[in-house]
Ligand binder design. Structure first.
Ligand code: KG4
Ligand code: ZN
Length: 338
């Protein structure tokens, strides 16, 4: 089955064509980094306008790369949640129009479900596994039971980990997007130079939850000291922050491995591109960790098309009257999703 997948939830427009959830025939991505860089963050209106400009040429490009006409595609998939509303509307409107004119089925996908699926594109992974979803908007710990079913066991109670990277990079003027900028800066730093605070949610109903606002605020407040003290190195600050940001996630993963007696771990979402994080996972005992191929770590259409194949087989198509949802309700503790 050939699936065309559209991704327009944030600052990347992407269209892909994937066969049977695995074989990526085309995955074209138009990044908006240049457009948002002057503001050191995503400007929603600029994002929507760029999605609108790019969506048709990218679809044409993806079809050309795959050597297909649009009516040879079997299913049209799009992320309709969570994300910036303007971008979601562009992607969903385009997907519905393509489905309508070609009379092919349409399917709407949760962007986070697609991130969790992304390592499956290149690896064979057995269920159940512990899933760690780390992106610019979400930080979630799940127990995945099948491609389409997982239980959320923990989430951030405030900021997402990617958001903390982005905000800190903005304050220290390290560049946008903040994640790769901090990772690069940290390469020359001493991760033990500063002991930033780490959240410690330990109560039984909170033990898999995380918090990033305290760490983020502490590092941002450190800016003043950094500007005063000539001896402070921004690389040391970046490395110390990065270590702390991931210490807490690794602690929760170790806890989940023990508590659920599951050794397979899947890490996905934009932050999973971080090489330091990947190395840290190698140090966890009894842990067989899977990460997406780098090109499927940050937002991309391939993960939408690939995951849509499984969702369609299990649940069928989505009505063309389906809407867009900037937030996803219920990414909270102990919610069993089907
Ligand atoms: O999944 P994604 O592309 O978009 C969302 O769904 O949010 O994730 C984007 C997030 C941003 O916060 C970005 O700074 C972060 O992923 N990110 C990274 C790295 N690459 C992207 N964070 C840490 N290290 C990286 N190498
Ligand atoms: Zn994403």
């Amino acid at each position: 089955m050939l699936v065309l997948g559209i991704e327009s939830t944030c600052d990347e427009t992407s269209v892909a064509i994937v066969e049977n959830g695995k074989n990526v025939l085309a995955n074209v991505v138009a990044s908006q980094i240049k457009e948002h860089a002057p503001w050191q963050g995503v400007v929603p209106e600029i994002a929507s306008r760029n999605h609108l400009k790019k969506i048709i040429p990218l679809t044409e490009k993806a079809l050309k790369l795959a050597d297909l006409e649009i009516n040879q595609v079997d299913l049209i998939a799009v992320a309709n949640r969570p994300g910036l509303i303007g971008g979601l509307m562009v992607g969903v409107s385009a997907a519905k129009a393509f489905a309508w004119v070609t009379k092919k089925p349409f399917i709407a996908i949760n962007h986070m479900d697609a991130h969790l699926y992304s390592p499956h594109i290149s690896s064979e992974i057995n269920f159940p596994y512990v899933g760690l979803l780390v992106s610019g908007g979400h930080t979630m710990l799940v127990i995945a039971k099948s491609y389409t079913s997982y239980e959320v066991i923990g989430t951030t109670i405030d900021d997402a980990v990617g958001e903390a990277f982005d905000k800190i990079a903005k304050f220290y003027d390290l560049g946008y997007p903040g994640g790769p900028a901090i990772e690069k800066t940290a390469l020359n730093g001493n991760e033990l130079a500063f002991s930033f605070p780490i959240s410690n949610l330990y109560k039984s109903d909170r033990k898999f939850d995380v918090s990033y606002s305290g760490l983020k605020t502490a590092v941002i407040n450190h800016l003043h000291k950094y500007q005063q003290a000539e001896s402070y190195s921004v690389a040391d600050i970046a490395a110390s922050f990065q270590k702390r940001a991931f210490d807490v996630l690794l602690k929760k993963i170790e806890l989940a491995i023990k508590e659920f007696n599951i050794n397979t771990v899947v890490v996905a979402g934009g932050v999973s591109a971080n090489q330091y994080l990947r190395k840290r996972f190698q140090q966890i005992k009894n842990c067989n960790a899977f990460f997406p191929n780098l090109k499927y770590a940050t937002d991309n259409g391939a993960m939408i098309a690939a995951f849509a194949y499984h969702k369609y087989l299990e649940e069928g198509e989505t009505s063309l009257s389906e809407g867009v949802y900037p937030r996803v309700e219920g990414f909270k503790i102990s919610l069993l999703r089907k």
